[in-house]
Design a protein around this ligand. Structure first.
Ligand SMILES: Nc1ncnc2c1ncn2[C@@H]1O[C@H](COP(=O)(O)OP(=O)(O)OP(=O)(O)O)[C@@H](O)[C@H]1O
Ligand SMILES: [Mg+2]
Length: 404
């Protein structure tokens, strides 16, 4: 049987395996004619076979979760946790039942970004209880298990994989519309484990287990190069890509938060004088910088009375690097999220950027330190991104959920 070229392998096929390898999980592993002379033969013949026994338990929990959104990026620091947190807040605001799972074992940001630092997990007969931000927003992170937030988690792959499995198998998520998963950067242990667990637990939906990737990048080439690899990772492991979010796509801030300076050379007519090594440094040393913020703001207020002025700048790169990559790779662009100081402040304060949240919490917004750094430019693009996510996962605009 194993020598038949048409039989699909069961489980993994090692890179150095013989042709017609029956797969490491096959009951023929190490025994079939194709295994003769294979360097893995003795390991395959003695290793335990069959499906991972945890998969049945994961399938039971995950069958109650309609959509699993894996927030991924090949690059670190591009805003995966920020997007995960705000996506979870916004989906919950629309009336969906939402879970947020942090699988960044070594650098969990979710407790801070959801305002849940210092919270602990409780267990009951039904499993580990997630921490609730609101009735319909449940959160789980290794951050809730550490004795102090500065504790370093120095774990090798198998231990991380074990915890991720436990998060899927033992957490009492209940019925969820969305489970948003905040991942560490890259395409390594955590990503492979969660994808395999969700696919292994798939219940006849074509194999992805209801999971899809939301990929985050910045407009910079250095990010996009890594993100292309992430898209290819998704293709290799059979994880559908829901779309790409281009984050930090330009800086937008209220003009009052900008500082203006007038720079002049100390040496009259010195500009352009001197040449050779060190000339540029000398020119900079001889510059004089005067803070003219107050004068510029006064002029602007006089010129545009009553208007709220916003300053826009392309910090990294103009010209839609993510849009081009999406067109090249045939994946949808979900939207562009600008650098907005209000979004950074919301992440630090552990809250949603949505205006209703600040309004509903009134005094809380002030306590949370958001006064004066109210999120502005990010709100409309974020809402558009959330709308597309809902549309693509439910085939509807999701307004029905808000009426639940
Ligand atoms: N659009 C934005 N506007 C303002 N600040 C932002 C924006 N996106 C992210 N940030 C800030 O940038 C920092 C990095 O973001 P974040 O932690 O979400 O990135 P990450 O991709 O999850 O990083 P890591 O790879 O380390 O997990 C955070 O301080 C966050 O508040
Ligand atoms: Mg992160």
């Amino acid at each position: 049987m194993a020598s038949s070229a048409s039989a699909a392998p069961t489980g993994e096929v090692p890179d150095n395996a013989n042709q017609h390898c029956p797969g490491t999980a096959s009951d023929q592993a190490g025994k079939s004619a194709a295994c003769a002379g294979c360097p893995n033969q003795s390991i395959c013949a003695t290793a335990p076979k069959g499906p991972d026994p945890d998969l049945a338990a994961i399938a039971a929990r995950m069958s109650r979760v309609k959509h699993k959104l894996l927030v991924l990026s090949g690059k670190g620091g591009v805003g995966k946790s920020t997007v995960s947190a705000q996506l979870a807040f916004a989906l919950a605001r629309r009336g969906f039942e939402v879970g947020l799972l942090d699988i960044d074992i070594c650098g969990p940001s979710v407790p801070k970004m959801l305002g849940l630092e210092g919270q602990e997990i409780h267990s009951s007969g039904a499993g580990w209880s997630p921490v609730y931000v609101e009735d319909n927003l449940a959160v789980m992170s290794i951050g809730f298990m550490l004795p102090n937030p500065d504790e370093a988690v120095i774990w090798r792959g198998p231990r991380k994989n074990g915890l991720i499995k436990q998060f899927l198998k033992d957490v009492d998520w209940g019925e969820l519309d969305y489970l948003v998963v905040d991942a560490p950067p890259g395409t390594s242990d955590e990503h492979i484990t969660i994808t395999q667990c969700l696919q292994g637990a798939a219940l006849g939906d074509g194999g992805s287990g209801g999971a899809a990737a939301v990929i985050v990048t910045t407009p910079q080439d250095v990010a996009i190069i890594d993100v292309r690899k992430e898209v290819n990772f998704c293709r290799k492991v059979g994880l559908p890509v829901l779309g790409v979010v281009e984050n930090m796509a330009g800086l937008v801030l209220p003009v009052e938060r900008a500082a203006f300076s007038a720079v002049r050379s100390k040496r009259d007519g010195a500009a352009g004088a001197g040449a050779g090594a060190g000339a540029a440094e000398a020119a900079v040393e001889e510059e004089e910088e005067e803070d003219v913020t107050a004068a510029v703001l006064a002029l602007l207020a006089e010129r545009f009375p009553g208007a709220q002025l916003r300053l826009r700048a392309e910090v990294f790169r103009e010209g839609g690097g993510a849009a081009r990559m999406c067109a090249d790779m045939g994946v949808p662009l979900l939207g562009r999220l600008p650098l907005d100081p209000g979004l950074g402040a919301a992440a630090d304060a552990g809250r949603s950027v949505l205006p209703e949240a600040a309004g509903a919490a009134g005094a809380d917004a002030v306590k949370g330190g958001l006064e004066g750094v109210a999120p502005q430019a990010c709100i409309a693009p974020l809402m558009a991104i959330v709308g597309k996510v809902v549309e693509q996962t439910t085939g509807a605009d999701g307004k029905a959920a808000a009426a639940k």
